[in-house]
Design a protein around this ligand. Sequence first.
Ligand code: AHR
Length: 676
Amino acid sequence: MQAQTDQGVTLQIRADQITAKMPPTFHGLMTEEINYAFEGGLYAELIRNRNFKESVPERRNRQNPQQSRPAKEPKDLVHWSLVQERGGTGSMMLDTGMPLNPSVPASLKLTISQASGNQMVGIANDGFWGIPVRPNTTYKAMFYAKAAGGFAGGVTLSIVSNDGTTIAATAQVPKISDSWQKYEATLKTGNAKASAGNKFVLSTNRPGTIWIGFVSLFPPTYKERPNGFRQDLMQLLADMKPEFLRFPGGNYLEGNTFETRFNWKNTIGPIEQRPGHMNDAWGYWSSDGMGLLEYLGWCEDLNMEPVLAVFAGYSLRGQKVKSGPELEKFVQEALEEIEYVTGDTSTTWGARRARDGHPAPFKLRYVEVGNEDFFDREKGSYDARFTVFFDAIKAKYPNLQVIESAGFTSNSVTTRTPDVYDDHYYRSADEMVMHANDYESRRRTGPKVMVGEWATRVGAPTPNMEAAIADAANMAGFERNADVVIMHCYAPLFVNVNPGAMQWTTDLIGYDAMTSYGSPAYWAQQMFANHHGDAVVSFTVANLPYREWQPPARRVGPPGAANANTSGLVPATPQPVSLPEMFFSVTKDTTGGTIYTKVINRSGKAQSVHIVLSGLTSVAAAAKTITLSASAPTDTNSITEPNKIVPVTAAVAGASLDFTRTFPPYSITVLEMNGK
Ligand code: AHR
């Protein structure tokens, strides 16, 4: 590409020259339990600590993980409080002597000493930063309880404002039996005021003792899926038209230790029988309500293909097994997991999936072995583990594509050829732009690439416009190189914006208990996924504007060198780099003739582009643009200003085989033209 002269930029599109087919699963989602992505996020359960096993969260020390403080024992009944009203008195405690089932070894014992008439005693749950109330909404409640012999009362369920003054919805269970039983009720709000400042209360006005084993409350879910997903978040995702879902991690797959990995067998079956686990990778409890079948249901709801990452015998704090008999256990676990996903009902795990409510097998084409195994620095360690997994998976499922997780690093696998490499990178805006053309020089033969985690990390909790523009520059690179990059998914996907909920800054979609929003980077993803053809088109650019960038000094060199700094390393002084201010990609719809031209203007001034098309007889004068722009790169969306930056669609008159169009400062534009 040539540097800019006074004539402005020229974009020469060769519409008859196709360089690649757009892959069928190009734009996807990456997901894991981080930033309360599911607990208090996508998974619509409103009760926090529903089986009383949650403990005070782990205090993470990011600088020194070994000094993280482990979670405290669950003796404090976190998120539950005692309700005593109008003279009612009682107490609550964890009772290990009255377990609901082996997965829920302690129940909540509620002792009601004094209650009668309108005197009430009960327990209240504060939810995930509140229980959201919306008008004219039906909530489904479920709980397990038993009473000591002689208890004559029932239980009132209610959603009550935190100050106790407003009851938004209520329901009655008339009698509690003296053996464990499941109780279900619906609660309907009327003309209630929308608010998150509420709690969920189970109470009674009779003295006695009740044990509660499990409590659940769901609002309406997306497509009414039982044990399903929050509607607004699913709609944001559906609007991205994702083609695949990479799950369940990320670090969440691995856990800090084997004990806290995503142990898929503990995440299936009735929710009251799932033990849950400490998500120590991110420092909080997971109910595992979001289990393997729920991830697959999520795929089904949004018509996405699952990309299943299996645990590969390596955890974050370095616990690992060598290839050999110990690894076999995990290989077997992975094969069974694949059978649970894909097996018909004549197989053991396919039959189990059918019993769990989904007789039809799921389509699965991609399995990833581990996550970021480049962190296993022992030479050859991942290679050896990958080899065993690869051979076992290919032997039983020859049609599955196996993805490695070490990327192109010194730990890349050598003994087998993976079907796909998984690249991960998180960068500053300038670094992202500096690398935006990297895939042009990636080798064209051998394994394809899934960019399984990537993001421009500028902005918190969600990325700002500067990040979105650098992301778009990078995505244009993916599109131009779709013969090599066959899949990509931004990470992390979600952040609950409440104080204390975020472990990782710069996440695509933000929310609290009531509302949600897409960041500018979300809109960039949406624009790319919604506006592309089935083929990549060749083009050249002349007179490109550039900006000088001085990369930050890096610490390299040996400790003890004469010019070493306090950390003992020699600072490197990189050369300044010329970064392009504009980026492009072009795709076309080979049947309909639409040409989708993406133009990214990173600069603070409007850029005029002379667009010349060849390989067509004509271009319709009427075209359109979809533009995301901001007045400053720091502009962003937030929970209080969710729609500050959103794409705007505009009609364009005067498109032709040779015309000029101006693109606004700090903008991402899709120009859609109809060619013949
Ligand atoms: O996306 C956040 C984390 O970044 C992922 O869990 C991990 O795979 C990567 O290091």
